[in-house]
Write a new protein. Structure first.
Lengths: 805, 130
């Protein structure tokens, strides 16, 4: 065991947290986790450790206990203020107390009170969640640290305590403990489908599961852990049933498939809203990797826009600016203006006052039926999430919001909550992932059909059925989960019926019900969590003073949340977990405990601090410096505590921030690079003009292509090089990038339409054949089986075309 | 006979702050710790006055960081602003009853009883009594 303890030099306080371990089981989308946090007091007086840490925002926190010597003290859910009073009472008596508060759905504060000198214990949390699906892939996101949240100027101090005290922990550039992890994934058909863009992981294959660990014993807790699994199966509808305490619960996983039966998927994409407003977070926290990622994201989205749409770009920080005073039609000139504006954008606008630009956008043309899409690119590091959700719900009737979460530790709650409030979608881009493909996937959703007006018949009657969420729209190739509790004494239905609309057409599905007994993520728990979330986001954390009717409504909402939270033993904004340890007289703490807040590592890349891709590490002021010292030996007899987690035994030796080595920039497959080169050829009005760089990427001789273009005969004047280039590049996309269609298909719609129109008008012919036919037929079919062989062989194909006269 | 000291529960009831908030103010140095360290603890009128001063500053719209600085240099909160919010009721034609907004919320039942009485006295039936 490692004897090193981190010592916080500011005020010379010692930090009692020793290590953190995560264990989990994943079965399909259901995931159950146990988080172990180990504490030891090496001081000579009792201490109260306070540790603020993150969890996934949709987690149902369903178990809380403390393992002290040979005792297990189990927590119970109580109303928040009452829980604190119980905790405070036991501390006053010298007994042990353990308190877990929810500050946000993804931010929690653990208080471990009266940790006696030499005492060691482990706090154990259980939580369950349904993992997100991204198309056919499952994605797990586990946050490990909290990036500092900006507190807007006018945010009220609830209960007389500043909001910063509730959401921001103290920070340190580095800490001596790390996170160790062990996951088991069951039912995987293709083990090669498991990967992590954030951390090197080790996979061990067993008969019925795959075990996943970090390659090192533990990792720094300075960025999200991301794991993707799949693709495992195609999107399909399923209904699961589970019974608990005499009540029946149903889980419906509903997919939006294309082509939907009866829908002509070859029809043009649904009409897009006329205005697309891009909102770029330029606050200080975006400095460095995040700003670079944000600019690249926005560039891709700008280039993908279609003509005759209007757009605008907002930048915000402590104030906001916009490119145009009103949205302008999209065209070559305005695209150039937008790209120039983007290239000048830095993270130099100070704080993160997100409310003002969103209000400005939503209040423009207020009352008009004009629809618009907002695309927000941000790390989400703000504390006024609820107020922003409320703004979107109240003012964004004809507006959708799509959110791109950037950085190593973005605020998951803000990004997802805003997208939910704005009836849009979200995507997270971790520094270890290719930004372009992530953002293109989101763009596909912006342009896609949606399954809407969804009505679910949960059996013979919906009377008394409690459904959450109450309503949702589903984007193409996505799955959304609806949960329901049936009224008492109602048996489980054999099937669930769904009616909906897609592109104006009616959809009907009947899905059989399967009974399950899973204890990984029990359906009743997920239902209660979803009900609480619906209620919390519907009302907001900070209810404004209003009429008595509003007060009564809010009071009722609060009581419902508390009731659900206590009945199902999961946390909410109004409840806390509290565990009380009564001690023998000789074991009671002899004096009031000294407070020991535990610092967390600064998220890598936050405010430019550190980079996953190299760069200058800036020392930030107002951080705790951590130096390492041997703690005094206070243990007179061996500790008998079972060891649930290990110290970060392979933690690299501490170094000053300037000397910390940087991770190498992740290298991406060459094929991905080629795809992005091709997409960057697209012009504002449509058409894909190959440039010399793209020609090099495809190993095409640019002169060969130019000579071939001159041989095209047309019935009307046209840019023949652009014509040939577009036909060739679209064909390459179709033949060589089929498996990434979701990323590029929507982006190149305008080029397809441009090509169709030009071919109709000019009837181009090459070597006696219609141009498009010539391109398709001349390619050697042998190319198709060699997915990665396009480089060089496309060039050969062009040369053969030139030679075959 | 008035107590010279208060328990944590009593100081919370009298000041209107939750126990969590009182403990937080102690940890931040805005409020002196209770007397009697170790088990239990007692608060005095000086603690209550300090908490009431903090509340008064907060009612003026000040943030806690500023309040802390004001208290350090010995500032006391100014008297409440003269501007108040009142609710107007019209129990009968030609009659108005004005109730301060905070009282309207705190004493809702009593206000409603007064309004019913006023309607009974001043309404059409009330006229016949005269």
């Amino acid at each position: 065991m490692n004897d090193l303890y981190g010592c916080v030099t500011v005020k010379e306080k010692i930090v009692p947290l020793m290590g953190v371990r995560l264990e989990g089981r994943i079965v399909g989308r259901a995931a159950g986790f146990t988080l172990y946090q180990r504490f030891r007091n090496v001081e000579t007086e009792p201490v109260e450790a306070v540790y603020r840490f993150p969890l996934p925002e949709s987690a149902a926190l369903c178990g809380f206990k403390a393992h002290v010597a040979d005792r297990v003290i189990t927590g119970s859910v109580e109303e928040r203020d009452r829980a604190f009073e119980l905790y405070d009472d036991v501390l006053q008596n010298g007994d042990g107390g353990y308190l877990l508060d929810q500050e946000r759905p993804n931010v929690f504060t653990l208080s471990v009170g009266n940790l006696n000198p030499g005492q060691e214990l482990v706090v154990i949390l259980d939580y369950a969640l349904l993992l997100n699906m991204e198309g056919p892939r499952i994605r797990l996101l586990v946050p490990t640290t909290i990036a500092p949240r900006y507190i807007p100027a006018h945010m009220p101090e609830q209960g007389g305590i500043p909001e910063a005290e509730r959401v921001n922990p103290p920070f340190a550039d580095h800490v001596p403990w790390g996170l160790s992890m062990s996951l088991r994934i069951y039912g995987i058909k293709k083990p090669a489908a498991i990967s992590s863009p954030s951390h090197p992981v080790q996979l061990d294959f067993f008969e019925d599961h795959v075990a996943v660990k970090f390659c090192s014993d533990s990792v720094r807790m300075d960025q999200d852990f991301i794991l993707t699994v799949g693709p495992e199966s195609v999107c399909s509808d399923r209904v699961f049933h589970m019974q608990m305490d005499g009540r029946r619960f149903l889980q419906l996983d509903l997919c939006c498939r294309t082509p939907e039966k009866g829908i002509d998927a070859s029809k043009a994409s649904p009409p897009m809203p006329k205005d697309t407003i891009f909102v770029l977070d330029c606050s200080g926290s975006m400095t460095g990797d995040s700003m670079e990622a944000a600019r690249r994201s926005l560039e891709i989205l700008l280039r993908a826009m279609t003509p005759e749409r209007r757009f605008n770009i907002y930048r915000f920080g402590s104030r906001f600016e916009r490119l145009f005073s009103q949205p302008q039609p999209y065209g070559a000139q305005t695209l150039d203006d937008g790209l120039a504006y983007l290239s000048r954008s830095q993270a130099d606008l100070g704080g993160t006052e997100m409310m003002a630009p969103l209000k400005d956008i939503l209040e423009q043309d207020e009352g008009a039926a004009l629809k618009k899409d907002i695309v927000l690119i941000t790390d989400g590091e703000v504390a006024n999430e609820s107020a922003l959700f409320q703004l979107m719900r109240e003012k964004g009737i004809s507006t959708r919001l799509f959110a791109v979460g950037i950085g190593a530790a973005p605020n998951e709650y803000l990004v997802k909550g805003l997208a939910r409030a704005g009836r849009g979608a979200w995507v997270f881009v971790h520094p270890g992932e290719r930004i372009e493909s992530r953002v293109l996937t989101l763009y596909g959703k912006i342009r896609s059909h949606t399954l809407e007006n969804i009505k679910i018949q949960w059996g013979t009657s919906n009377n008394g059925v409690e459904q959450a969420p109450v309503e949702a729209e589903i984007f193409e190739n996505e799955t959304t989960t609806f949960l329901a509790r049936l009224p008492p004494n109602v048996s489980s239905p054999k099937a669930v019926s769904v009616t909906a609309r897609m592109n104006g057409e009616a959809i009907f599905r009947k899905i059989p019900v399967e009974t399950v007994e899973s204890d990984v993520a029990p359906i009743p728990l997920l239902w209660a969590r979803e009900m609480i979330r619906d209620l919390e986001e519907g009302g907001g954390h900070h209810n404004e003073k209003g009429s008595r009717q509003m007060d009564r409504k809010n009071g009722k909402r609060r009581e419902t949340i508390i009731s659900l939270s206590r009945a199902f033993k999961i946390l909410s904004q109004y409840t806390s977990y509290v565990a009380l340890e009564e001690r023998a007289e000789t074991e009671k703490s002899s004096s009031a405990p000294s407070l020991r807040p535990i610092p967390v590592p600064v998220a890598i890349g936050w405010h430019g601090m550190g980079s996953l891709f190299g760069g200058v590490v800036r020392e930030s002021p107002d951080r705790y410096d951590v130096r390492f010292c041997k703690g005094p030996s206070r243990v007179s007899e061996p500790l008998d505590t079972p060891i649930f987690c290990r110290m970060a035994s392979s933690t690299p030796s501490p170094a000053s921030p300037r000397q910390r080595p940087f991770m190498k920039a992740p290298s991406f497959p060459r094929r991905e690079e080629v795809l992005l080169e091709i997409l960057s050829c697209q012009k504002a009005e449509g058409g894909m003009e190959m440039d010399k760089l793209t020609a090099v990427a495809l190993s095409i001789d640019f002169q060969d292509l130019t000579r071939l273009a001159r041989r095209i005969k047309t019935e009307a004047p046209v840019d023949r090089f652009l014509l040939l280039s577009t036909a060739v590049l679209l064909h390459i996309l179709e033949e060589y990038f089929r498996d990434q269609r979701q990323q590029w298909e929507q982006v190149v719609c305008k080029s397809r339409e441009w090509l169709s129109q030009v071919v109709r008008e000019t009837r181009p012919v090459l070597k006696g054949k219609p141009l498009v036919e010539w391109v398709e037929q001349t390619m050697d079919t042998g190319f198709l089986s060699r997915k990665y062989a396009i480089l060089g062989e496309v060039g050969d194909w062009i040369r053969r075309g030139l030679r075959s006269d | 006979m008035e107590k010279p000291y208060y328990t944590i529960k009593e100081i919370c009831e009298k000041s209107g702050f939750t126990r969590r908030t009182v403990r937080y103010y102690i940890s931040e140095g805005l409020l002196d710790p209770p007397a009697g360290r170790g088990r239990g603890g007692f608060y005095f009128d000086s603690h209550l006055k300090r908490l009431r001063d903090i509340k008064a500053f907060q009612d003026q719209g000040l943030k806690l960081a500023v309040i802390g600085e004001m208290l350090k240099i010995g500032k006391t909160p100014p008297p409440p602003r003269e501007r108040e919010i009142w609710v107007r009721h019209h129990p009968a034609p030609g009659f108005e009853i004005h109730v301060a907004r905070d009282l309207e919320q705190k004493k809702r039942r009593q206000v409603e009883a007064i309004l019913r009485m006023a309607r009974n006295l001043l309404g059409p039936k009330g006229d016949t009594h005269e």
